[in-house]
Design a protein around this ligand. Structure first.
Ligand code: DQA
Length: 148
């Protein structure tokens, strides 16, 4: 499987950023864990992070051209208001799983809404960096069961 992992704004600050919420792992460490799992399963992946909405949308559109099998996205704060990222995911129609390190539904009320979730096949929230691996496994199951 060709899986693209897309990280949104401020996730490049993991390790430094609010460690009591997001933990002490850096994004580099999380990406290494993801790559280890991807290699073990003989998948291939591209990992991308941006702080800007337009670049995230460009990457989602690029995934369509690259015939990607599945996307794992942590849209970070864009989760809560980016209709443009929602529309991009709908446009490419690539099976996508939304991931959050923190349990967004237990936090401030503005985080309880995801405008991205309706464009995804599922959401994983609250399991820290392990959520990315769980999301890849969910994509594996989804793609194996798909009949089209
Ligand atoms: C986050 C949750 C978002 O509400 C927040 O804006 C983030 C990170 C998470 O991974 O828990 O930047 O997506």
């Amino acid at each position: 499987m060709n899986i693209w992992i897309i990280h949104g704004p401020n996730l490049n600050f993991l390790g430094t950023r609010e460690p009591e919420i997001y933990g002490t792992q850096t994004l580099e460490t999380i990406n290494e864990q993801i790559k280890t799992y991807i290699n073990e399963q003989r998948h291939i992946c591209t990992i991308f992070q941006s702080n800007s909405e337009g670049q995230l949308i460009d990457k989602i559109q690029e995934a369509y051209q690259a015939d990607v099998d599945g996307i794992v996205i942590n849209p970070a704060a864009y989760t809560h208001y980016s209709y443009a990222i929602h529309d991009a995911l709908k446009a490419v129609a690539i099976p996508t799983i939304e991931v959050h390190l923190s349990a967004i539904h237990t936090r401030e009320s503005f985080r309880h809404i995801s405008v991205i979730a309706p464009a995804c096949i599922g959401q994983i929230s609250g399991f820290g960096s392990k959520g990315y691996i769980l999301a890849i496994q969910a994509l594996e199951n989804h793609l194996a069961e798909r009949t089209d």
